[in-house]
Design a protein around this ligand. Structure first.
Ligand code: FES
Length: 266
């Protein structure tokens, strides 16, 4: 199919002069997305390149987990320091490709940033400014299909962040049985990250896809119904987990730079 022929302004389409006939504030969603994503990108880029103030016992910023370089504090390196001395950049940059790749290829985020940044289209019923449309059939957008593989890695990251959350129940001497405000923030963050990861479309396909008869696979059917229910809120979890990651990182930053002290409950 010629995408140009079928695209905006093509002979198969209704010839409407106005860019849109919508009278509501359709621009609010892409504009909000643009502002919030841009703010997050600026903040996350600064923090990822900073390479400092990402750990204060017992809290490790999620931007730096797992911390694999020799520049990481030993107590923050759950998986050891396999990168060795040759990694001179910020430790966050060594792992960034995985959470970033997962989010960039997410079906929900694709919809959001295609609309907000490329205006392709900016909203339903609003013509896009581009003359041709090739969808995700060509390089580089065809690479979005690797999302499934990023999801597998995201599951591993979910486990690692859960371990980091459990480790927040220690005090400065490494003794267990302590809890601070940071622990609550870490719990909220890891719950949202699991909700986001498990509500993923790839997760739904992994647990329930390629089956001819659900009746012969009752366990997978049950899992599929749970994931399907979560999936209806995937966009909400995408936003909330984005905020929670930034908030937890900011909390760690403020603690590490002595701007605040952790509120310890016990
Ligand atoms: Fe959003 Fe998979 S579709 S994380």
């Amino acid at each position: 199919m010629s995408t140009t022929q079928a695209g905006v302004g093509g002979p198969d389409r209704a010839q409407i002069e106005e860019r849109t006939l919508r009278a509501d504030r359709w621009w609010l969603y892409p504009l909000t997305t643009f502002v919030v994503f841009t703010a997050f990108i600026v903040y996350a880029t600064w923090r990822a390149f900073e390479g400092a103030n990402y750990y204060t016992t017992p809290y490790l910023s999620p931007f730096y987990a797992p911390c694999l370089a020799t520049s990481c504090p030993e107590s923050a390196s759950d998986l050891g320091q396999p990168l060795g001395d040759w990694w001179r950049l910020s430790p966050a940059l060594a792992i960034l490709v995985f959470p970033l790749g997962f989010r960039m290829t997410c079906y929900y985020y694709r919809k959001a940033y295609y609309r907000a940044f490329w205006l392709s289209p900016p909203a339903c019923g609003v013509a896009e400014p581009h003359g041709a449309y090739s969808g995700e059939t060509r390089f580089p957008l065809i690479l979005q299909n690797v999302h499934r593989w990023f999801w597998y890695v995201a599951m591993v990251f979910g486990v690692l962040l859960s371990i980091d959350t459990i480790r927040t129940f220690r005090n400065d001497e490494g003794e267990w049985g302590h809890m601070g405000l940071g622990s609550l923030l870490f719990i909220a963050n890891v719950v949202l990250i699991w909700l986001y990861t498990l509500s993923c479309h790839s997760c739904r396909h992994t647990v329930g896809g390629r089956l001819r008869h659900f009746s012969k696979h009752p366990v997978r059917y049950k899992l599929w119904t749970w994931v399907s229910r979560l999936n209806t809120k995937h966009g909400v979890y995408a936003w909330l987990s984005l905020f929670s990651i930034a908030l937890v990182d900011l909390y760690v930053y403020l603690l590490a730079t002595d701007r605040i002290t952790d509120l310890r409950f016990f």
